[in-house]
Design a protein around this ligand. Structure first.
Ligand code: GLN
Length: 252
């Protein structure tokens, strides 16, 4: 059975009433399955009966400012630096965030939401939407990433995969997303950051496939819903259980 037949999705209807999800710069920022974050959000919204429009905006195109959710993926240093320059010049993401849109950044996309980051040995300006900055660590952080998420978000533990050279230092204007139990994340102690409806993580995997409750948090932030109808979580539960078992096996 094809994926399409097993998981039918409606054609993107567009229009004012749709939940609009923008994937920013797939030509520059998309590693380790980050595209899946858009697919998971769209699918989980669709299963709750929400009309969804997904919009992929390449780095030579202007960013629409009226979308509900903006997604940024990971990237190598060069594309990350170029993506940050273009996003700063565009100005749309800042305006969207100021208007209350949800922004979700992964790895390079997380780092560039902060004040600055390092790419190819040079300090680069970020969008300064989150009170954090990134420098380089002593080694590359590669492997599984897991930890308990900020209890105020009411989510089960984070599960993911990381691959980055940067280390991220949080200011007082943001809260860590999670306390690290496996992996490095920001600095070996905390992982990711959030403030308001802006959230960043080092977790690939893609993050929202491995953490469907996090996808639902973004959907709730975007729609204002306090709660969403439950979905069949058989496959995501299996994936999470398999990853948890794999981590436990490496600790023995
Ligand atoms: N280039 C960044 C770093 O190495 C981000 C890497 C990534 O997005 N996976 O820290």
């Amino acid at each position: 059975m094809s994926t399409e037949a097993a998981y039918p999705m409606p054609p993107s209807p567009g229009g004012e009433s749709s939940l609009r999800i923008v994937w920013i710069y797939p030509d520059l920022l998309s590693t380790y399955g980050d595209r899946g974050n858009m697919l998971i959000l769209a699918r989980r919204a669709y299963l709750r009966g929400m009309p969804v429009e997904t919009i992929e905006v390449r780095s030579d195109q202007p960013l629409p400012i009226s979308a509900d959710i903006y997604l940024l993926g990971g990237g190598e240093d060069g594309p990350q630096a170029l993506g940050a320059q273009r996003l700063i010049a565009d100005g749309g993401l800042r305006r969207a965030a100021q208007q209350g849109s949800v922004v979700f950044g992964v790895c390079a996309g997380y780092q560039l939401l902060g004040g600055s980051f390092f790419a190819k040995g040079a300090k680069c300006a970020g969008l300064d939407l989150l009170d954090l900055h990134s420098d380089r660590g002593p080694s590359r952080a590669v492997g599984e990433l897991a930890g308990a998420i900020d209890p105020r978000l009411g989510l089960p533990p984070l599960s993911g995969f990381e691959n980055h050279g940067g280390r991220t230092h949080l200011g007082s204007g943001v809260s860590p997303l999670a306390r690290v139990s496996t992996g490095i994340g920001n600095d070996g102690a905390t992982e990711g950051a959030w403030r308001g409806k802006l959230l960043g993580t080092y977790s690939h995997g893609p993050a929202l496939a491995r953490n469907p409750a996090l996808a639902d948090l973004l959907l709730r932030w975007a729609t204002g819903a306090h709660q969403l109808p439950p979905l069949d979580e058989t496959w995501s539960d299996r994936l999470r259980a398999e990853r948890t078992a794999a981590l436990a096996a490496t600790r023995q």
